[in-house]
Write a protein that binds this ligand. Structure first.
Ligand code: PGA
Length: 252
């Protein structure tokens, strides 16, 4: 049985004040969350404060990105050792905004995935197709290519303790959620592809759905056989909305 995971990706949002309010709100409602593991991914600079605010709770903290390097002359970068040092457990790698806005390739993403693992973090590997790729009918091909870059560098076993987030790019921040059936189809494809290499890994790996998840559609999405929770952007900035999504697996 895979435990559901709900991870909030705050992206480049918030201030010390607003984040304190958000975290207080999340803490106040955690007692109602039964089955899901919960994680929040603040902007780098707020991570130490958020770790402190969440001390003693079940909520894990993650980074939104990580350098592929360990240390040295890499201006602007943050390493996996640093994220681990300040209390992170997870890190998002290959988010579509990194891939499309900052031009990060499949190979570069794979190196970040490797760096995350090397420093003891659990990578949340984002994969997903653009609208034109879906329209061309090449969704599976795109997702397979993104996964293969990681498998080639790190081997299939590396995915056993990782998290995959399927995020159709056309559904991110657009209010257009993939239907539960559309999402399940890709999640099943991912699990079958991994099963072809290692059935144990396929059974174990958590596959989250991301893209306009909100309280109103979370239970339906999380009810699908191969959807093990969600990576939540916009809706994770409201404590009430985020908590309702965290409770959604309890209704499944
Ligand atoms: P969204 O973002 O929930 O705002 O669509 C999801 C994500 O980018 O991880």
């Amino acid at each position: 049985m895979r435990q559901p995971l709900v991870a909030g990706n705050w992206k480049m949002n918030g201030s010390l004040d607003s984040i304190r309010t958000l975290v207080d709100g999340i803490k106040a409602g955690l007692g109602e969350v039964k089955s899901a593991a919960v994680c929040v991914c603040p902007p780098y600079v707020y991570i130490p404060q958020v770790v402190e605010m969440l001390d003693g709770t079940v909520v894990a903290v993650g980074g939104q990105d990580v350098s592929d390097q360990e240390a040295g002359a890499f201006t602007g970068e943050v390493s996996g050792t640093m994220l681990k040092d300040v209390g992170c457990r997870y890190v998002i790698v290959g988010h579509s905004e990194r891939r499309s806005i900052y031009g990060e390739s499949d190979e570069f993403t794979a190196r970040k995935f490797a760096a995350a693992r090397r420093f003891g973090l659990t990578p949340i590997l984002c994969v997903g197709e653009l609208l034109e790729e879906r329209e061309k009918g090449i969704t599976d091909e795109v997702v397979a290519r993104q996964l293969d870059a990681v498998i080639e560098l790190e081997g299939i076993a590396a995915l056993a303790d990782a998290v995959i987030a399927y995020e159709p790019v056309w559904a991110i921040g657009t209010g257009k959620t993939a239907s539960p059936e559309q999402a399940q189809e890709v999640h099943a494809f991912i699990r079958q592809k991994l099963a072809g290499l290692d059935a144990g890994v396929a059974e174990k790996v958590q596959i989250l759905y991301g893209g306009s998840v909100k309280a109103a559609n979370a239970a339906e999405l999380f009810g699908m056989a191969d959807i093990d929770g969600g990576l939540i952007g916009g809706a994770s900035l409201s404590a009430d909305e985020f908590l309702a999504i965290c409770r959604a697996p309890d209704a499944v």
